[in-house]
Write a protein that binds this ligand. Structure first.
Ligand code: C2E
Ligand code: MG
Ligand code: MG
Length: 734
């Protein structure tokens, strides 16, 4: 129960005189008269007290009488003696808001709960303003029953200190507000008391109101993600120990609704006790959930293929590195499968990229289904996948798994209205038998895949040392090929193309030869693919073009003014249009040659990949008069659509149809059909690989326009062809 100090006089005692005064005092106590001190021995202390700037009071609890020193009165703005009746004066001056607190302090003291009485209260001054004073006192005499009779104390003016404190508080409030306004939540942890203040913004961040979240550090620690709690506490401790200038940590906190939020908390110890132990720390919480989500997305992008959600090349590399380490430790085996879809490009080109995407997603799903949970299926890009089979034992039946894989991939793919079939080629390499380093294993798998494709696709092929040998040979050839142009190791041979009806020769095909300094003559079939993969074909193609141009100029003068040379091109040359064949028309113009002195042989692959570059090029050539021949016709798609869509002048029936040409054979029927079809479309036909008179006769029968082959002549050096043509035209015989 809290009482007004003045009312305490009542319960304490009725006025009684039978108990001796000053029992507890070492010397006789004389109350102040309010105006002056008597200058006896006691007054020295009284004087000293006055000098300290504090006012003194003396209170008789029996009578309720109170005396206040002159200093006390001055403190409140009075002249000495101006307050005549000091009795009750004090309590009436206490600010109404501070009375309860003062009574409580007083009661606590009188009832022995505290050793002395003290309180901070505001007192009304003469001019009506308020002054903060610190009041302190002790009982100086008791009655026989131990009841307090008299108290003496002092009043100290603490207005300045209070003002400073309030300014500090305002200041703190201000920075807390400022921090809050950044959208961050603020925390203020009084470590000694275990209390922690959370700002409104902070608790709201997690969906709470301020009443709902306890004001102590555990309230948030308990909501911190178990995986993050340890590191968070470590960071905090590091700062406590003075190892870090500030405390900073990112962790997840569970919101009221159960969801998780990522926050960045930053803080700093702002006070420590004498032993250096932190006593107070303040800091903020910044919501970084969006940033974390974005980071996760980026990570997802960096490590996963967005189309199939399979791990990508980078992720696979990471996993493979780990698996190699693990397998090395546990003596396990691994298999790496490089998988390439056969004919995917055709699907993409004919049905569009959307259908291609659907196919890839489905292919990814099928591959995943073929393997175990612990295996990895990754997409390397395009239609290339890699499978990493882990924990293989000698009992693992790899072949049956590979068969299953091929079988699954060969099943029909339904793409909207369309049903398509693709198959897969697989190259396999084993750790540690074939290699122990990641890059070596990748190379092996690639070689094995190359072999599987070369062997006719829809099959798997294991890496072997022989494959390695072949690859090495290819690599050496590539190196040598780079020198070939500079060292002038190339040569063009010419094979005459005979007009069947007249036997006249006004065309020849330029066929490339490479005279390797050590290995002798290398056939184009062996080096063109290497030139293509290395990109060297572009420069080689330019060389062929220039050579042929020079040659045709000569022959137009010496053999026939309408002589034409046909040159072979690779699809790769069309992909590099900006670097190569783009200036062919200009070159012709520059030399004053008409376009029809050249015929460019392309393969269907070029048309299959047809994009704007190809279309534009073909139109450009047509406008310039350059003729176009479709080489090796009948072996690829042989699509009529191409022939109609593009400006083609000739088709060249592949030699495989001519080889077994018999009067009743299918090939004969096919040749007839091809010629009829071409003629219907306004195209002329060249038959390749004519080796016998019988073949020539049959071709004549089909209505075929031109023929070339060993029957007439093998490819020859320019001088040889010149002689051959001159001789032939001299004694013309069909
Ligand atoms: P291709 O364009 O179909 O050339 C015809 C091939 O058949 C030539 O082989 C030729 O020598 C050969 N041949 C000609 N008549 C007969 C015959 O009666 N019987 C047989 N069995 N073969 C005959 P070659 O010169 O080895 O060229 C092979 C392929 O290399 C060419 O096939 C062509 O695709 C490519 N090629 C040749 N020169 C070049 C070139 O300068 N650039 C490009 N990109 N490819 C070229
Ligand atoms: Mg050709
Ligand atoms: Mg051909």
């Amino acid at each position: 129960m809290i009482q007004d100090p003045s009312s305490l006089t009542e319960p304490l005692a009725g006025p009684t005189t039978d108990h001796p005064e000053d029992l507890s005092l070492p010397h006789r106590f004389r109350p102040w008269g309010g105006e002056h001190f008597e200058s006896d021995g006691d007054s020295r202390w009284q004087l000293a007290l006055e000098c300290s700037g504090s006012g003194a009071w003396d209170w008789n609890l029996l009578t309720g009488e109170q005396f206040h020193s002159r200093r006390w009165q001055e403190m409140l703005g009075y002249q000495a003696g101006e307050i005549a009746d000091a009795n009750h004066e004090f309590v009436n001056r206490v600010h109404p808001d501070d009375k309860a607190l003062m009574s409580a302090a007083f009661n606590d003291y009188l009832q022995g709960r505290t050793d002395s009485y003290s309180a901070d209260v505001r007192l009304r001054c003469k001019d009506g303003s308020w002054k903060w004073i610190h009041t302190r006192g002790t009982v100086v005499s008791h009655d026989a029953q131990g009841r307090a009779l008299r108290m003496i104390g002092i009043h100290t003016d603490i207005s300045d200190r209070k003002a400073a404190e309030s300014a500090l508080r305002d200041n703190e409030e201000r920075w807390k507000l400022a921090l809050e306004s950044t959208g961050d939540g603020v925390w203020d942890w009084h470590i000694a008391s275990g209390r922690e203040f959370f700002s409104k913004r902070l608790v709201e961040m997690y969906g709470f109101t301020q009443e709902e979240l306890a004001q102590n550090p555990e309230a948030l620690d308990e909501r911190t993600h178990p995986d993050d709690l340890g590191p968070m506490q470590n960071d905090r401790q590091a700062h406590f120990n003075g190892l870090t200038p500030t405390y900073s940590n990112e962790h997840r906190v569970q919101c009221k609704d159960g969801s998780w939020k990522w926050v960045h908390t930053r803080g700093m110890v702002i006070s420590r006790d004498d032993a250096g132990k932190p006593t107070r720390m303040i800091g903020t919480h910044t919501d970084i959930t969006d940033r974390k989500n974005a980071e996760a997305l980026v990570r997802q992008h960096a490590y996963f293929d967005p189309l199939t959600n399979l791990p990508n090349r980078r992720m696979l590399r990471d996993r493979l590195e780990q698996e190699i380490k693990r397998s090395r430790r546990d003596a396990l085996q691994l298999a790496i499968l490089f998988i390439d879809l056969d004919h995917f490009k055709e699907v993409n080109d004919t049905l569009g990229h959307d259908s291609g995407d659907v196919l890839l997603v489905e292919a990814a799903r099928r591959l995943r289904q073929c393997v175990r949970e612990c295996d990895t299926v990754a997409r390397m890009g395009g239609d290339e996948f890699t499978v990493l089979l882990t924990e293989l034992t000698p009992d693992t039946n790899l072949e049956s798994l590979l068969q299953k894989m091929l079988h699954t991939m060969a099943q029909v793919f339904v793409l909207g209205q369309e049903q398509v079939f693709v198959s897969a080629s697989v190259g396999v390499t084993l750790y540690p038998m074939d290699g122990t380093e990641l890059d070596a294993l990748y190379k092996n798998a690639d070689q094995a895949l190359y072999a599987a494709k070369g062997a006719g696709r829809n099959r798997f092929s294991f890496f072997t040392p022989a494959l390695q040998e072949a690859t090495l040979a290819r690599a050496r050839l590539t190196t040598d090929l780079r020198q070939a142009l500079v060292q002038q190791q190339f040569q063009l041979l010419y094979q005459p193309i005979v007009e069947l009806a007249t036997g006249e020769v006004r065309k020849s095909e330029a066929l490339l030869r490479w005279h390797h300094p050590e290995r002798g003559l290398i056939s184009p079939a062996a080096f063109i693919p290497i030139a293509e993969t290395s990109g060297l074909i572009v420069d080689i193609g330019e060389w062929v073009f220039e050579q042929a141009l020079t040659q045709v100029q000569i022959w137009r003068e010496s053999l026939h003014p309408a002589f034409q040379i046909s040159i072979n091109t690779s699809p790769v040359q069309f992909q590099h249009s900006h670097a190569a064949n783009s200036n062919w028309v200009m070159r012709l113009l520059a030399l004053g040659l008409p376009g029809n002195c050249l015929s460019v042989e392309i393969t269907e692959g070029v048309l299959l990949d047809s994009d704007d570059i190809v279309t534009t090029k073909l139109l450009e050539w047509r406008d310039a008069g350059i003729q176009v021949a479709l080489d090796d016709f009948g072996t690829g798609y042989s699509s009529l659509a191409y022939l109609q869509k593009f400006d083609i002048d000739f088709i060249k029936i592949d030699q495989s149809f001519v080889r077994d040409l018999q009067p009743q054979s299918t090939n004969f029927a096919l040749c007839k059909a091809m010629v009829a079809m071409a003629h219907a479309l306004g195209l002329q036909v060249v038959a390749e690989g004519v080796e016998t008179a019988a073949q020539r006769d049959l071709l004549l029968e089909t209505g075929c326009d031109f023929a070339q082959g060993y029957f007439y002549a093998r490819p020859m050096a320019p001088e040889g062809l010149h002689v051959w043509v001159t001789d032939r035209n001299a004694g013309l015989q069909p």
